[in-house]
Design a protein around this ligand. Structure first.
Ligand code: IMP
Length: 221
């Protein structure tokens, strides 16, 4: 299967500098709010690892880390809400201040599932930071405690986020434009995708916290 590398299918939404600036701001805000308290980060695999790696370096706190792996199943066009754990936590979170680190909050199915799961394990507190938020696609009334960027309804890749396991290493966040043929091909190979790969073009109006404007640029050969 050939995935898009051309400049008309990958479009920069957030450049690396903007992401780094925002991650530092989030780190400062979180450090101020948890000052003097050890914080236990839980990264949600796989999409959040790059964000977590940058965020932890922006935190001025005593921090421990664990990871939780999830797979969300759908019909190739949308997330069904069925979520399965692929990697559980290594240690108990009872009595800890826990901050879940997410890549993107979309329909909210995963978020709702993990909030219920982690609350049952009796942390002292439970909050969520997400790099990206797509509120327009929310199916559940959930919201994150800290949000990096609120983005329009578009399928995005890069900075840890994938499509068919590709593009995770891009330092920017890109909108991925797929043709109907490519969508059908991926759906038939995977049998599942973690969310709806929308081909829509995002609005150029920034929502939060600064200007999210599109810059068309190629990233591959
Ligand atoms: P939700 O359960 O619909 O909120 O989806 C959450 C998960 O779907 C995220 O943790 C991502 O792994 C994946 N996801 C949602 N939207 C996107 C996207 O635009 N690009 C890549 N992955 C996405």
């Amino acid at each position: 299967m050939s995935l898009p590398q051309s400049e008309n299918q990958l479009e920069i939404l957030l450049d690396a500098e903007k992401i780094q600036r925002r991650v530092k701001e989030l780190g400062a805000q979180i450090s101020a709010e948890y000052r003097g308290r050890p914080l236990h980060l839980i990264g949600i695999l796989k999409g959040s690892w790059m964000f977590l790696a940058d965020l932890i370096r922006a935190l001025d706190l005593e921090v421990t880390v664990d990871f939780l792996g999830f797979a969300s199943y759908g019909d190739g066009q949308s997330s069904s809400g069925q979520v399965k754990i692929t990697k559980d936590l290594d240690s108990s979170i009872e009595g800890l201040d826990v901050l879940v680190v997410e890549d993107i909050l979309d329909t909210g199915h995963t978020f709702q599932y993990l909030q219920a799961l982690l609350s049952r394990r009796k942390p002292k507190s439970l909050k969520v930071v997400t790099l990206l938020d797509k509120p327009s696609r929310r199916a559940n009334p959930v919201s994150a405690d800290y949000v990096g960027f609120t983005i329009p309804d578009a399928f995005v890749v890069g900075y840890g986020l994938d499509f068919a396991q590709q593009y995770r290493g891009l330092p920017e966040v890109h909108v991925l434009h797929l043709s109907p043929d490519q969508l059908a091909e991926v759906a038939s190979i995977d049998g599942k995708v973690s969310t709806q790969p929308k081909v829509s073009r995002p609005a150029s109006v920034p929502i939060h916290p600064g200007g999210v404007r599109l810059a068309r640029r190629g990233v591959g050969p």
